[in-house]
Design a binder for this molecule. Structure first.
Ligand code: B12
Ligand code: SF4
Ligand code: SF4
Length: 349
């Protein structure tokens, strides 16, 4: 997924009484941000220094060298690629990256006949829109209480979000390359606020899963690699793992704009019925025993737009882009465009 072409939110220096800023100790600011982020619906928050560690940046360069980015040129373009080495390239005099995570898990009912499966992240309103709104509020809160500058991203800029999340102590990277948290497994969206304020990095974690020893990461498990329908999870010579987007159903069903997909991908879509995104390498992950329904509270359950599946007949019946927009306005499905959603659905019949 990527929304890099969207504009990040920037905020200037707040005019606040100077006594307010001087009273604010670094520790209380950290606690205030933690508390306020929770009240805005962020489930996890952590703090890290601004530089991406060398190993993680090398991992990204390695991914590019292997041409695993497929046609996602926003991932390989040189100037943008270099920016990913440090948050300092995104905000002048940056000192801290605040990493945030939002749980989005929900159970999916069995797939009805003649329907295509939609990835969980695309159930309701686009998370770029919902999270950006709350990021903005959190930035305003920080400004009201300090004289700091901030800039924020949610899948919207040249920033290695998973790496910053690990550096901030939110979780670890599994072989499926997802950020896996102790609290919610991998079913979390990530977002960041970069600031020129110095905030002490990281925070204590509170492992909660009873079925899995929190100290254990992937170990010898290979469930995601075995379950991936196209072999997209690659083991690199250095023993780490990377997704080859050229083989990934998520890439092909959302990002690929070609009128026809490669035969191997067509077959995998036919078999798995994934017409928008793919959750397979997360569904099989034992760490996702930690999943908690984000829809458990009916008061906050998002209104479905695409929901968990779509009838193939409904997709085929959308004759114009206007009809498509009417059906999916505000949903992540809009990114695929009508033609590509219809292309994907066509492989199920
Ligand atoms: C491009 C992209 C994609 C591409 C490529 C995915 C990939 N794995 O590279 C495609 C289209 C395939 C994709 C698919 C999905 N995506 Co996407 N995607 C992105 C995007 C825009 C950039 C990712 C990137 O930089 N890839 C390059 C690789 C090399 O980087 P990376 O995966 O982040 O891995 C880094 C770290 O893990 C670390 N690392 C990995 N192994 C190791 C080992 C060691 C030893 C060290 C030190 C470091 C290290 O180094 C890497 C580089 O820093 C991010 C948003 C962002 N700006 O970060 C969202 C993002 C990664 N996507 C996200 C999601 C939700 C998905 C899907 C689940 C959507 C779906 N259901 O279809 C799938 C998951 C597929 C998968 N298993 O990764 C979330 C992930 C949340 C999470 N819990 O991890 C993100 C963070 C968006 C968001 N803001 O929430 N995505
Ligand atoms: S998202 Fe699907 S296709 Fe992509 S790596 Fe995971 S299981 Fe494989
Ligand atoms: S399925 Fe197994 S190998 Fe894959 S990320 Fe989860 S624990 Fe790690």
């Amino acid at each position: 997924m990527n929304f890099e072409l969207a504009k990040p939110t920037t905020s200037g220096i707040a005019s606040i009484p100077s006594n307010k800023a001087s009273v604010m100790s670094k520790v209380s600011l950290k606690n205030l941000i933690k508390k306020h982020s929770k009240s805005l619906g962020f489930d996890l928050v952590g703090f890290s220094p601004i530089d991406v560690n060398d190993e993680a940046f090398a991992q990204y360069k390695n991914w590019l060298q292997n041409e695993f980015e497929a046609d996602m040129s926003y991932m390989s373009e040189e100037a943008r690629a270099q920016k990913r080495s440090s948050a300092d390239n995104l905000l002048e005099n940056a000192k801290t990256v605040i990493s945030l995570a939002v749980n989005y898990y929900h159970d999916q009912p069995p797939l009805p006949k003649n329907h295509g499966r939609i990835a969980r992240y695309a159930y309701g309103r686009d998370y770029h829109k919902t999270i950006s709104k709350n990021l903005k509020k959190l930035e305003e809160f920080i400004q009201e209480n300090t004289n700091g500058k901030t800039i924020s991203y949610v899948d919207t800029g040249p920033i290695l979000e998973r790496t910053f999340a690990t550096q901030a102590g939110l979780g670890f990277i599994g072989k499926n390359t997802c950020l896996i948290t102790d609290e919610f497994g991998s079913w979390v969206f990530l977002a960041e606020i970069i600031t020129n304020l110095e905030i002490q990095p990281r925070g204590p974690k509170s492992p909660t899963c009873k079925k899995i020893n929190p100290g254990v990461k992937c170990g010898s498990c290979t469930k995601c690699i075995d379950a991936c329908p196209t072999g997209a999870i690659k083991r690199l010579p250095n023993g780490t793992y990377a997704i080859d987007a050229n083989l990934c159903l998520s890439y092909h069903t959302i990002e690929n704009r070609e009128p026809s997909l490669p035969p191997k991908i067509q077959k995998a879509i036919h078999k798995t019925k994934r017409i928008f995104g793919c959750d397979i390498c997360q569904e099989v992950c034992p760490h996702n025993c930690r999943a908690k329904s984000a829809h458990a509270n009916t008061a906050t359950t998002p209104k479905p737009i695409a929901g968990s599946s779509l009838p193939l007949a409904k997709i085929a019946s959308l004759k114009t882009d206007e009809e498509f927009t009417k059906a999916f306005a505000g949903s992540p499905i809009m990114r695929a465009k009508r033609k590509n959603l219809q292309r994907n659905a066509g492989y199920l019949t």
